[in-house]
Design a protein around this ligand. Structure first.
Ligand SMILES: [Zn+2]
Length: 205
């Protein structure tokens, strides 16, 4: 860890020094994943939710990543993350997700990447329900082009950490909610899917 990252200044100084990322040198923006499936790094905030369940996959490893958009305005992410921390069976919608990426680039994690959340009620992957086999990622907003660049950068950081860690195939890194529930869901939409596929294609194999 550099003194810049200690003070959270790496983001301001990195462009000035002109070195984006040297080989072998940890970048202050790199994310890691702890032993319990939680992201660790700059601009990651945890709001642990009770809305989760075990994965049914071998070793409880996620097999894919399903993308969504929140269909809410920019600036709503943190409140959404707080709202799903608890669950009242009588009045709450049974919805949750593992990770929500704000337009600002802040990543709000609600559920371990090694637990299932309640992000996609339909569909199956290798015989498992989607909720019990994939990571649900919400993007704050309506999926409209162009996505804010901090949000795209955050999705890239997320992919760079998660895809190699769980050995998720590139195809399964860009699953779409609408594919599993086409009559009710339109998210994440063409633009998000296109951006996500480009990010995934740029990750070193
Ligand atoms: Zn969705």
């Amino acid at each position: 860890m550099s003194w810049l990252s200690l003070f959270g200044l790496g983001r301001y100084f990195a462009p000035v020094t002109g070195h984006a990322k040297d080989v072998g040198e940890p970048d202050v923006w790199d994310l890691t994943i702890d032993g319990a499936g939680w992201l660790v790094g700059q601009d990651v905030k945890r709001y642990p939710s009770v809305r989760h369940q075990p994965l049914t996959t071998l070793g409880e490893v996620p097999l894919g990543i399903v993308l969504h958009y929140t269909a809410t305005d920019h600036g709503t992410a943190e409140n959404l993350a707080k709202r799903i921390q608890k669950f009242n069976r009588l009045k709450d919608r049974s919805a949750s997700w593992n990770v929500l990426i704000a337009a600002t680039g802040v990543i709000y994690q609600s559920v371990s990447l090694e637990r299932g959340s309640w992000h996609c009620a339909k569909g199956r992957l290798d015989g498992h329900t989607i909720n019990r086999s994939t990571i649900g990622v919400e993007l704050e907003g309506y999926g409209k082009a162009p996505l804010p660049s901090p949000q795209v950068d955050a999705l890239r950081r997320f992919y760079e950490a998660v895809i190699p860690h769980y050995r998720i195939t590139k195809e399964r890194a860009v699953l779409e909610h609408r594919t599993f529930d086409p009559t009710r869901r339109a998210d994440p939409g063409d633009h998000v899917a296109e951006v996500a596929r480009r990010l995934v294609s740029e990750i070193e194999p």
